[in-house]
Design a protein around this ligand. Sequence first.
Ligand code: PLP
Length: 395
Amino acid sequence: MQLKSSDLIESCSPFFTPNYHPANFVLSHGSGSYLYDMEGKEYLDFSSGIAVNNLGHCHPRIVEAIKDQTSKLLHCSNLFWNFPAMKLAKRLCELSFADQVLFLNSGSEANEAALKLARKYFFDQGKPRSKVLAFEGGFHGRTMGSLSATAKKAFREPFGPLVPGFEFAKFNDESAISKIDKTFAAVILEPVQGEAGVYPADEEFVRNLRKRCNETSTLLIMDCIQTGMYRTDCLFGYESFGIEPDIITLSKALGGGLPLGAMLTKKEIGNSFNVGAHGTTFGGNPVAAAAANAVLDVLTDNRFDDERRRLVHDFGKIVYEKISKLPKVKSLRLKGLMLGIDLDVEDITPVFRKIRDNGILVTRIAPRSLRVLPPLIAAERELHFFADGLSTVLN
Ligand code: PLP
């Protein structure tokens, strides 16, 4: 007998803590830009697993790399070297400002590591600094440290007391710069505030932050977890600003769909993580690292890059020619393949559900915004399908 999504949800959902509110269907498989539920309904996935499936679903190069690695070595811990992680660390350094990499399992964990490293770096100099400046609207994760750097009251309030030493400033506001002094170990920000609704950092603001961090020897951490792997117009989100941060964090699309986080830094700073200073059992897992190497193989291929640039161009054109003119579209913000749309509606939920019922997946940001994250492999006709689908709902 064929199992039905609704029966499965009814019988199994009581076994989950209720902190998520998944869609009312069960996924069976994915391919390219599409997801399919158990009833065979097709969805154009412009949520990309919240910026994870940048290469779409089950990209053959990623699947192949995972299959190959699973027959060789699944796990070995950091007591031993494994080749996929070694290769990946070297490549990430060659492709970025960094000299050293620490592998973790998630974005939150990568940020935890970055925040701990910043404090340890000053501790080692005999001049401890514990303060961290973060930004209103920023999101850095749900673990105690990364949550302490996340401003949103609803996320923080039930879990106090959080880690002391965190202060917040207005994003893209010069008043933040003058707050930074020699008591701050680090400043942490996203190149584009994704969870807040796609708010890009201003170039001048980031440059001034860099300058002030240099003056006060404060470390600049750029959380490129959502903006990494060409989600915006460059491989790592920080590259748009023409500056070098001291630490960046990566996750989401890095593992091509497997859990993987990374913290990248300069060796003068990274050396503070001496033997035993930090660690995690699964960090640098060979299968996740093999998947990430396949992601980099694709992303750094010149032909792929030409297509990606064309896609970014086409998406921008469609956004301005079609989407910006739709009824109820109040404002929008676009950076590469990240789009935030504010709607002139009381509540986004019915709109969001209707879009989904029409076979298109995006994410919603309460109370009135949508976040659209097309995969980097989307075809032009899929961009039009999305714009036309949105038009049908909003009209
Ligand atoms: N940082 C940013 C910018 C994010 O968007 C997220 C997740 O959405 C995180 C950190 C947390 O990552 P994770 O959910 O993997 O812990």
